[in-house]
Design a binder for this molecule. Structure first.
Ligand SMILES: Cc1cc2nc3c(=O)[nH]c(=O)nc-3n(C[C@H](O)[C@H](O)[C@H](O)COP(=O)(O)O)c2cc1C
Length: 505
């Protein structure tokens, strides 16, 4: 394997892994190596943790039989994961274990780390949440509790896939808790008694002011640390609930006040992204007495139209309805809503619990960097299970160590000064792409994209490798973003040539 591409190869191979439960590759290793654990860490962007999970020296170097390869169940689909090659790459990183602190306060409540389950099926009852707590989640937003039990449909989930990515985006048409309020209150009581240091956020949804007050009173009595008002589910089977509320600053204010009549605990308003600006309802909630904001809930969506039957997903006996979109695809949208709120002077001090597409410690760190103090996760847990918490905490600690930081608090808000209105961006300089001739494989993808979607600044050179014509390049970096061999990087920033100044045309 050319060392130029080992990182790329390792990423592609880990992307192919099925992340089996009870992984046969690990069971097959006679030398006690746990390839499944290391590969999962790498897949979840915790490369340095992956190295920590491997023994030094790595015994794979002297293993001739390679039973891990023979055991890989992915091979049954045509091609197994190159487990040994991946492990050798992962083990080549020299890393030190970081002891950075993940503790953080949220609305005055101490949290052992910033990672919470978000209100949904992943936090649906006592057993599930207890298991998640034991695995390391700092807290859970309990599946939304109401004074009614909704009538659900089957199926209720669907996903958009792309290449080897199983859930690029995920749609659900599930409503609130399928348990009675009494069952949910009992679960909260039990969880609080058994896990006093973990944080329980009780998500509630009333149908009128009295119900909001009553639910707040009940979950407070049961021991919830924080109450989250669900102003945001986009597919309730009755009008005037969920995102119908979140789109109206007046209703948000009225129901926040009603909630506060039933509790002295911190109250979060969980916002809908199904509007242009989140600030008006968020300001209404804060001015009505909320302690903080949770964002985002799911985005209204239609997906996977079957072009033979013209039904779409999830297909409920030939029909579907608009449902909530979540998962990795929504992360940039969530970050934008949160960044805009944090940069609004009336919301700058509002604590935010961020969510929308968080799968890894890196995703979570981005939410903290735009000003969140905690984060919440659903779709990634639906896809990979509670176990992702192991790489979230370890990966975050390792990152903080690499950055010379001692506490996760040091990231909060760090990206905000770098996000400015478009009119404040530097329009006087330009950054040409830099081509790494050794890494380039001559596939021509940069040339096609530049020709058909850019400025025709790349032509074929020797071995089909790109030759750039600076007189045509505008520095858009499309070539860099499409290069599959990672052979193009940003070059130096230089003054923009006169040809590119509007006045020079
Ligand atoms: C299956 C499913 C059920 C959900 N149920 C609720 C709910 O009961 N209450 C709520 O406030 N949000 C609910 N959500 C929204 C999530 O809490 C979260 O805001 C959203 O999915 C974005 O995060 P994610 O990309 O990590 O999933 C649900 C999401 C999914 C996918």
């Amino acid at each position: 394997m050319d060392t130029l591409y080992t990182a790329l190869m390792a990423r592609e191979e880990t992307g192919l892994c099925f992340l089996c439960d009870g992984a046969p590759c690990t069971a097959a290793c006679p030398r006690g190596v746990d390839p499944a654990r290391a590969i999962r860490s790498a897949r979840l962007e915790n490369q340095s943790g992956a190295a920590l999970h491997l023994p030094t020296p790595l015994p794979c170097h002297s293993c001739a039989d390679r039973p891990c390869l023979k055991a890989c169940v992915k091979a049954r689909t045509g091609r197994g994961v190159a487990v040994d090659a991946v492990l050798k790459t992962l083990a080549s990183h020299q890393v030190e274990r970081s002891a950075a602190s993940l503790e953080i306060d949220f609305c005055g409540v101490p949290c052992e780390n910033p990672f919470f389950l978000s209100s949904s099926i992943v936090a649906n009852d006592y057993e599930m949440i207890a298991r998640a707590f034991r695995m390391g989640w700092a807290g859970a937003a309990f599946k939304t509790i109401g004074l009614f039990v909704p009538d659900e449909v089957s199926p209720r989930f669907d996903a958009i896939r792309k290449e080897t990515t199983p859930f690029l985006g995920f749609k659900n048409i599930e409503q609130i808790s399928e348990h009675t309020a009494q069952e949910n209150l009992d679960a909260i009581r039990r969880l609080k008694a058994e896990f006093p240091a973990k944080v329980i956020i009780a998500s509630i949804m009333g149908r009128d002011e009295d119900e909001w007050t009553e639910l707040a009173r009940l979950v407070t009595e049961a021991g919830a640390d924080i109450i989250e008002c669900n102003f945001s589910c986009p597919h309730m089977a009755a009008n005037g609930l969920g995102s119908d509320v979140g789109q109206s600053p007046e209703l948000v204010a009225a129901y926040t006040r009603a909630t506060l009549r039933g509790t002295a605990r911190p109250v979060l308003a969980k916002m809908t992204p199904n509007l242009g600006q989140m600030e008006p309802p968020a300001i209404a909630a804060m001015e009505a007495g909320a302690s903080g904001i949770a964002a985002i809930n799911t985005i209204k969506s239609v997906m996977n139209i079957n072009l033979f039957t013209f039904t779409s997903g999830p297909d409920v006996a030939g029909r579907t309805s608009v449902g909530g979109y979540s998962g990795k695809a929504v992360k940039p949208i969530a970050l934008r809503f949160i960044q805009t709120m944090k940069q609004n002077p009336r919301l700058a001090d509002a604590p935010i619990s961020g969510m929308g597409g968080i799968e890894t410690w890196r995703d979570a760190a981005e939410f903290l960097a735009v000003g969140c103090e905690t984060v919440q996760v659903t779709t990634a847990v639906m896809q990979y299970g509670y176990r992702i918490i192991e790489d979230m905490t370890e990966g975050m600690r390792q990152y903080l160590g690499t950055m010379g930081m001692t506490s996760v608090r040091q990231i909060v808000g760090r990206a905000l000064p770098h996000i400015v209105p478009a009119e404040e961006l530097d329009r006087k300089t330009l950054c040409y792409p830099r081509f790494n001739r050794k890494k380039c494989v001559g596939c021509g993808r940069c040339r096609i994209s530049c020709a058909d979607a850019g400025h025709q600044a790349i032509r074929a050179g020797e071995d089909n490798r790109p030759l750039m014509e600076p007189s045509k390049c505008v520095g858009c970096h499309l070539c860099l973003t499409v290069c599959p061999a990672e052979a193009i990087t940003p070059g130096k920033r230089v003054p923009k040539p006169a040809r590119l100044h509007p006045a020079g045309r």
